[in-house]
Design a protein around this ligand. Structure first.
Ligand SMILES: [Zn+2]
Length: 462
């Protein structure tokens, strides 16, 4: 078997791995490169021989794992896309939203003349996204899916977001059946709303993510930490602005706020969710109970995810009104890494006012606006071609991350009963990959190779 990493080799985005086995060819994940322009430009390169691909297997719905599918469809791919049921439901939301944004940006660029390409084209359209979604084949977890040449694969719960799964391939070889497992993105054991990743019984080769491979989440209890930040912001009559991924993070924060309100630890202030997609994502959240950590809380349905003075802003007008409202209040909006979306309007208004707080709750990839603001080494942030001065408080709560941190990744690998002969570490900055590889070598004496050092592997030789 030949394994080739086509993305997430030296970064956290663009996850795409090609598997060749005899005449069969499969892709594990089909993600978009996101973040700085140099990375995003990789999305425009034509995908070689997409018509040879017999199938795509998705770990989860986040766009850095699924967002290239409409582009693949546009280039002629018509094979199946295997995904868990939760991933199918969330992919519909995320891919249609991404296509809509692509079309809007291309229109804006054409009207304003702000583009190097004339006319500016979207990377893909809603029609392409619909086409790609038509190829999805929902599968239950733990069910072996037969593929070509004796290969098969199955999904195993990974935590992270609803539907998120590891993918395990069963590979027939002259030495018997060998197992190859992709971790996808692994959830944290500390999540309040999601179950932790399932333990893996055995695998011969493991492809492991390393988003937080060189970092540990804070040990401080997340409720205590959030309470402190909220109370001091509200005492200043400030606005607590939380950039968050629409799928997963928004729901975890709403749950946390409602819990602290119920316990009388923070006052009930207006909480505005300015992200139409996360409203839809909440419905999917409530549907896929097998992923939740809190059966009882979720059986109360939406109430557990609804702060007392909750407002959802659906239209652009409602979003603009939220920008004008005075504190104390909370605004939650996407995108989580400030790469676009309604959050930018809120920041334009709130950054120059000292009473406010911007609270980061998710991973900020290198080179993104989010990473720049989080580092807080500059006096201003460039938004929509304007320099906005930064006077407010900037805070981070990494305990709310949807990713396992360094010690959790090591813990999960340690729980594999029959040890792998090779671990390939991908989906992280080169520093994170190397740090995690070193950690695993020291802890378990595994053969570990960071993807930033090697992109092609011949597995299971005779
Ligand atoms: Zn993810």
């Amino acid at each position: 078997m030949k394994l080739t990493l086509l993305g997430a080799q030296d970064t956290v985005t663009g996850s795409k791995t090609a598997l060749r086995f005899h005449g069969a060819s499969y892709l594990v994940d089909c993600g978009l490169f996101q973040g700085p322009r140099e990375l995003r430009e990789r999305n425009w390169a034509p995908f070689p021989s997409c018509k040879d691909v017999q199938g795509v297997v998705l770990t989860h719905a986040h766009l850095d794992h699924s967002g290239f599918l409409p582009r693949l469809y546009k280039q002629g791919y018509r094979g199946p896309v295997f995904a868990s049921e939760g991933t199918c439901a969330l992919s519909r939301l995320l891919l249609m939203d991404a296509a809509h944004l692509e079309e809007e940006q291309a229109n804006y660029a054409n009207v304003s003349g702000y583009s190097n390409h004339r006319p500016a084209d979207p990377l893909f359209t809603r029609e392409d996204a619909e086409g790609a979604l038509g190829l999805f084949v929902p599968k239950k977890r733990q069910e072996w899916i037969p593929l070509a040449d004796g290969l098969s694969c199955k999904f195993i719960r990974a935590g992270h977001i609803p539907g998120a799964s590891m993918v395990q391939f069963s590979v027939p070889t002259s030495n018997g059946t060998q197992l190859l497992t992709f971790s996808g993105d692994l959830g944290s054991y500390r999540s309040m709303t999601m179950r932790p990743p399932d333990p893996l019984l055995e695998t011969d080769v493991l492809v492991l993510e390393s988003t937080y491979g060189n970092r540990s989440h804070s040990e401080e209890n997340v409720k205590d930490a959030f309470e402190k930040i909220a109370l001091r912001t509200f005492a200043r009559n400030g606005v607590l602005v939380i950039p968050a991924f629409a799928v997963g993070r928004c729901q975890e924060i709403l749950y946390l706020i409602r819990m602290l309100e119920n316990e009388g630890r923070i006052p009930a202030v207006p909480v505005i969710l300015d992200s139409p997609m996360s409203l839809a994502a909440t419905d999917v959240y409530l549907q896929y109970e097998e992923d939740h950590a809190l059966g009882a809380a979720f059986s109360q349905g939406e109430e557990a995810l609804t702060p007392r003075f909750f407002q959802a802003s659906r239209t652009v007008d409602e979003s603009m009104l939220a920008c004008m409202q005075d504190g104390p209040m909370v605004v939650i909006s996407a995108s989580g890494m400030l790469s676009g979306g309604r959050i930018l309007h809120h920041l334009k208004k709130r950054l120059p006012q000292a009473e406010n707080t911007v609270l980061f709750v998710g991973y900020q990839a290198e080179g993104t606006k989010g990473a720049v603001l989080q580092a807080h080494q500059q006096q201003t942030l460039r938004i929509h071609h304007e320099e906005i001065s930064i006077e407010c408080e900037i805070a981070t709560l990494d305990q709310l991350s949807a990713h396992a941190d360094r010690s959790e990744l090591v813990r999960w690998v340690g729980s594999i009963e029959k040890k792998p002969s090779l671990i390939i570490v991908n989906h992280g900055s080169p520093d994170a990959q190397r740090a995690l590889a070193q950690n695993l070598k020291e802890a378990f004496h595994f053969n570990v190779i960071p993807a930033c050092e090697q992109k092609e592997f011949s597995l299971f030789p005779h």
